[in-house]
Design a protein around this ligand. Structure first.
Ligand SMILES: Nc1ncnc2c1ncn2[C@@H]1O[C@H](COP(=O)(O)OP(=O)(O)OP(=O)(O)O)[C@@H](O)[C@H]1O
Length: 596
């Protein structure tokens, strides 16, 4: 919590903005609150009346004072009600936090560690901050629940076969294989941008991964907290991630395949309040990210590391039987295959960089169908006014990452060579005069903090948006590889969407993937030709329809922009994307080159 901000302030903020990311430490709460008030409402009201009476004896009151008091007494119930409600909510949070703390589970097989605090969780796992009682150091322990196989299921295995039901035992084997793969990959890495695996063990019910602890937690929460990152801070973050990816791709032959703000965790550094906070045009109330110190960091973020190798895989060079990237030469067709695999991480890097710079993801829609379609077609834009103050160089770099044709997408070396990555942190631009600022809610904030009507998709949906975004690209990559193996010309020729409807769409890859977002299983995108030109964003469409909207919780950004335009303040972004609908039935091949 920033210095000088009390728990009550934080909580009020939470109520005002629906900021469900505000993390309140137990110690902060305990020190900021009076002792828990266990009195009943009636007792409290009685006590308050007594206090009033003691403060000003009736006998001394003049009629005017009495009148004022009566008016105040009439107004009081509303204020008291509100403050009581806040107190109750704060008490509830305190109790919940206390209970959560006290309820640290005990795991058989994990006696060496004392669990201190829950840091995060995944589909089958919980991650805790823990004290290693043997060494006295703090670590992160990821406890992964094993799939359960009840005795009846075990006994019914032959029935499962008869009824063509997938026996649970295969899931167990798949889970074990997947965990072992994750462990194997992590054991083989040693890089400052990759979370270190300290040890691995298992009990009857759990697998345990002991990891180096990153106290800051997920980058995701820091983005929501700070609204967006300055270009210097974004560069600080993304370069660390990129160096981690370069190491994985080029030195270990590993593709991560799940790079997203949730899987990027950081070491916390103190925020040094900015002498001259930078404010972008149209900024909403962005929290000061503090001074940026080159080589150290800013916004509370020091070292950033890549976590969660659950979807990662090693790309094998079948000629040398070594992981790709570990030998200096590779046959062209294998380089190509390798490149497609790696390009999934480059796409993800583009999504993360986009999100860091503006605070909302490049692809979002409440409808999974539409979102899948947008991702598959690469429909994104640098939405005005939020992108107006972001450098052309940053946009150029993103354009080369969110490039629909994997063959043309930047490789990690091309990324690192881009001028934006090599620009020294520049001096902060002059502060924008306050009068020019038109506060607006950014889409992500609007979503994460709760929309106008309270139907917020929330952080969970935004996280899902990332999952879907990457799932679509993993599908593309796997489809492309299968096509390449079948000798149908390889990926990138038939186009991005070709092959998605192939019969073998769900055929297992060489890696075992047990976690697939629902969307990946359900969505089928119509097959059609696409010329695969780099950086295509959109094209005029033959048929009409309602304008494309980046709609988050009913907040239509295009609508807002039109409104602003009509008022003559900010010209409407005139990209074709803004004027044309996405309609799965009516999409034609893109024709217009990307521009911004
Ligand atoms: N080393 C660590 N230090 C601090 N927090 C961590 C660490 N590793 C993981 N976490 C927290 O735990 C969360 C879940 O971890 P991780 O992504 O590895 O689990 P998972 O089960 O693979 O998740 P998912 O099912 O979402 O892929 C992370 O998002 C992060 O908040």
């Amino acid at each position: 919590m920033p210095p000088g901000v009390t728990v009550v302030d934080a909580f009020k903020n939470l109520i005002r903005h629906g900021k469900n990311h505000v993390h309140v430490r137990q110690d902060d709460i305990s020190s900021a609150l009076p002792p828990a008030d266990t009195r009943t409402n009636r007792q409290r009201a009685h006590h308050e009346r007594r206090q009033q009476a003691n403060a000003q004896p009736q006998t001394q009151q003049k009629p005017q004072q009495q009148q004022q008091q009566q008016q105040a007494a009439k107004a009081q119930p509303v204020a008291t009600k509100q403050s009581q409600q806040i107190t109750r909510e704060v008490e509830k949070i305190v109790q919940e936090e206390r209970a959560a703390k006290e309820k640290m589970p005990t795991y058989k097989g994990l006696e060496r560690f004392r669990l201190i605090q829950k840091m995060g969780d995944g589909a089958f796992s919980n991650v805790y901050k823990a004290l290693d009682l043997a060494s006295g150091t703090t670590v992160a322990v990821k406890a992964v629940r094993k799939y359960e196989l009840t005795s009846s299921q075990a006994g019914d295995r032959h029935l499962n076969a008869v009824f063509k039901k997938k026996p649970r035992v295969t899931e167990m084997i798949a889970q074990r294989a997947n965990i072992l793969k994750e462990v194997q990959i992590m054991r083989g890495t040693n890089h400052p941008s990759i979370v270190k695996l300290l040890s691995f063990s298992e009990s009857t019910d759990h697998f345990f991964l002991v990891l180096e602890l990153m106290e800051g937690g997920e980058l995701f929460h820091q983005i929501v907290k700070l609204t967006y990152f300055s270009e210097n801070l974004s560069r600080h973050v993304i370069l660390q991630v990129a160096h981690g990816i370069r190491y994985l791709h080029e030195e270990r032959g590993v593709v991560h395949r799940d790079i997203k703000p949730e899987n990027l965790i950081f070491e916390r550094i103190p925020i040094i309040p900015s002498k001259d906070p930078i404010i972008r045009q149209n900024d909403e109330e962005k929290e000061d990210e503090g001074e940026f110190i080159p080589g150290v960091g800013g916004g509370g973020i020091g070292r950033v590391k890549i976590a969660d190798f659950g979807l990662s895989k090693v790309i094998w060079n079948e000629e040398t039987m070594t992981p790709c990237g570990t030998v200096g030469y590779t046959a062209p067709e294998i380089v190509k295959d390798e490149r497609y695999s790696k390009s999934v991480d480059m796409w993800a890097l583009g999504c993360v960089l986009y999100t860091l710079l503006c605070g909302f993801p490049p692809f979002y829609d409440e409808s999974i169908n539409v979102l899948t379609e947008k991702v598959a077609r690469g429909y994104y834009t640098f939405l005005s006014p939020w992108w107006d103050d972001i450098s052309a160089s940053a946009k150029d770099l993103i354009t080369h990452l969110l490039c629909i044709d994997p063959a043309q997408r930047y490789t990690i070396d091309e990324f690192l060579a881009h001028p934006w990555c090599n620009a020294a942190p520049g001096p902060p631009p002059p502060p924008t005069p306050r009068g020019d600022i038109h506060p607006l809610d950014s889409p992500l904030l609007h979503a994460a903090r709760g929309g106008r009507d309270g139907r917020s998709p929330g952080i969970a949906s935004l996280k899902e948006a990332f999952d879907i975004t990457y799932a679509v690209h993993r599908m593309e990559e796997e489809g492309a590889r299968r096509r390449a193996y079948k000798g149908r010309g390889g990926a990138g020729q038939a186009g991005f969407l070709a092959g998605l409807n192939e019969d073998d769409e769900d055929a297992p890859d060489d890696g075992i993937t047990v976690r697939q977002p629902q969307a990946q299983q359900q969505q089928r995108v119509p097959r059609e030709a696409y010329d695969g030109r780099a950086g295509q964003r959109d094209a005029p469409r033959r048929h009409g329809g309602k304008p494309f909207e980046l709609s988050i919780d009913g907040a239509t950004l295009i609508g807002r922009r039109q409104q602003r335009d009509a008022q003559g303040r900010i010209p409407m972004d005139s990209t074709p994307l803004a004027q044309n609908p996405i309609n799965a039935d009516t999409i034609d091949a893109p024709q217009s080159p990307m521009h911004y």
